[in-house]
Design a binder for this molecule. Structure first.
Ligand SMILES: [Cu+2]
Length: 500
């Protein structure tokens, strides 16, 4: 039998959950050439978190931030230089931390990044003209001031959303965390401060000189053989023997992960995409598709000082000897510390939306058809609306993925929704919260429910495998009256910019 490449497997539809479902003899890495990326010994590089961005200035209602998108040369693999396209020249970009109901104005400057950009703050109910509409572009030499209301406490992220360029732009580094907190949450005894840790997981492939290789394998998927956490390959985090809260984002282009601890101890999931759940859900593992966020507490108090615990990915895609995508990062317990934190049994009131309150149900089929990624048979068209709910309407959207070979994480802009059921069964324990990305696995259908608001206007829906999104698995809906000419409402302006 002739061995088949990953690319052929993709064409044949034999990929599931980012994993090749082939007889073991057929498996192998065909990306990054067959040589793979330059080798890095896992768990040797120190863990770090992106810096928190300080506002340029603040007034009684608003904090003003400035971020410049540029090309930069950074060290990701030891002793090699990698060109990235990055917010303020670092990837992930700086973290913005904001209090609920204070407003942010973020000036995104397209300086030397060399490509048109559009910034989407994923999870924010922004007005349409500040939502990173794919065709609302900021060209090199321009800037745009984005206004964010911060009306809910959650783990969000900002990333590029430029039409047909999203996958490459995000892959090259245009992604960062954005955290909104509120007093209700801060009053809970959950781990705080240095014990509340953002984790951005991304897979990349590198050439021999350290250059990033973007290869979407014929508009299918971009996979890497190096797992970065906050921009560091398989880092090691030194921890105290106490509880930590992790805000985990899958910032990859095409890879999903099933996260678990090497010790078999539970991950205690406390939050979903759009904030805390009603109650903690301890699970042995959970899967996280692209753009999903899960917040999990890990309790290191049960381990002796000196213990090493690996955060594993139970969906690795290679079976050779290289210690690769089955590992994410490692924790090493290095000191004893008292732990004032605890996990309350009630975290936040998440009122379930009754299916009976929906005024209509819509169906969306995410498919591969004639070599194209389509929704209900159609590709992106900026003049077509595939749903037009009125402000305040509650709707059920049934999302289908009838293909056996791949999954789609579906992102609906503007609103938070709840999963009613998955293949007619209850959602997983860890996804019973507010969400804006829905993992629709091979041969799955998921029913989600949500209330359209608080804004009217034009918003996008798309697969968050950003290669699929770019080619052209994206559509739009309008809430109430809407315009597609969003660029006219808050246009990008030419540099130089006046003071914020
Ligand atoms: Cu997809």
């Amino acid at each position: 039998m002739t061995p088949i490449t990953r690319r052929q497997a993709l064409k044949l539809g034999m990929l599931a959950g980012g994993s090749l479902i082939l007889p073991i003899a057929f498996q192998g890495r065909s990306y990054a050439g067959d040589a793979g990326s330059p080798k890095v010994t896992p768990f040797t590089l120190p863990f770090r978190v992106p810096p928190v961005l300080k506002p340029v200035r603040s007034d009684s209602t608003t904090d003003y931030y400035e971020i410049t998108m540029k090309k930069a040369s950074v060290e990701i693999l030891p002793k090699l230089k990698t060109e990235v396209w990055a917010y303020n020249g670092i990837t992930p970009g700086p973290t913005i931390k904001q209090n609920k109901d204070r407003r942010s104005v973020v000036r995104f400057i397209n300086n030397s990044v060399g490509t048109p950009t559009s910034v989407h703050l994923h999870g924010m109910a922004s007005l349409p003209e500040y939502d990173g509409y794919a065709e609302d572009l900021t060209n090199p030499g321009q800037y745009k001031d984005y206004i964010y209301p911060n009306n809910r406490a959650a783990t969000l992220w900002y990333h590029d959303h430029a039409i047909h360029k999203t996958a490459r732009n995000v892959y090259m580094g245009l992604a960062g965390m954005y955290l909104v907190q509120d007093q209700e949450e801060l009053n809970l005894p959950l781990p705080k401060g240095d014990y509340d840790v953002p984790i951005v997981i991304q897979d990349k492939q590198f050439g021999a000189s350290g250059n990033l290789i973007f290869d979407d394998q014929g508009e299918d998927s971009q996979f890497g053989d190096v797992i970065l956490v906050n921009g560091v390959p398989w880092p090691k985090m030194q921890v105290a023997n106490r509880k930590y809260r992790f805000r985990i984002l899958n910032g990859s282009v095409s890879r999903s992960y099933e996260l678990a601890l090497s010790t078999g101890e539970p991950l205690i999931v406390i939050g979903t995409d759009a904030g805390l759940m009603s109650a903690p859900a301890p699970v042995k593992s959970f899967r996280i598709g692209m753009a999903e966020r899960y917040e999990a507490v890990i309790d290191f108090s049960k381990y002796k000082v000196g213990t090493k615990i690996t955060l594993k990915n139970l969906q690795p895609d290679n079976n050779d000897n290289y210690d690769g995508t089955e590992n994410v990062m490692q924790f090493e317990v290095i000191r004893s510390e008292s732990d004032p934190s605890s996990i309350p049994s009630k975290l936040r009131l998440v009122q379930p939306i009754a299916a009976s309150s929906a005024v209509r149900t819509r169906e969306f089929r995410y498919e591969r058809s004639n070599g194209l990624w389509v929704i209900n048979g159609k590709t992106w068209d900026n003049q077509r609306f595939d749903a037009s709910p009125q402000l305040g309407d509650v709707e059920i959207w049934k999302i289908y993925n009838n293909a056996g070979g791949w999954f789609h994480p579906i992102h609906i802009h503007l609103i938070d929704m709840q999963i009613l059921d998955r293949n007619g069964n209850a959602p997983f324990a860890y996804e019973k919260g507010w969400k804006d990305v829905f993992y629709v696995g091979a041969n799955e259908s998921v029913r989600v429910i949500g209330k359209f608001g608080p804004n009217t206007g034009t918003y996008m829906t798309h697969c968050h495998n950003t290669v699929h999104e770019d080619h052209d698995m994206m559509n739009q809906f309008k809430v109430g009256a809407a315009s597609v000419n969003l660029a006219a409402k808050a246009p990008a302006k030419s540099l130089p910019a006046p003071a914020l």
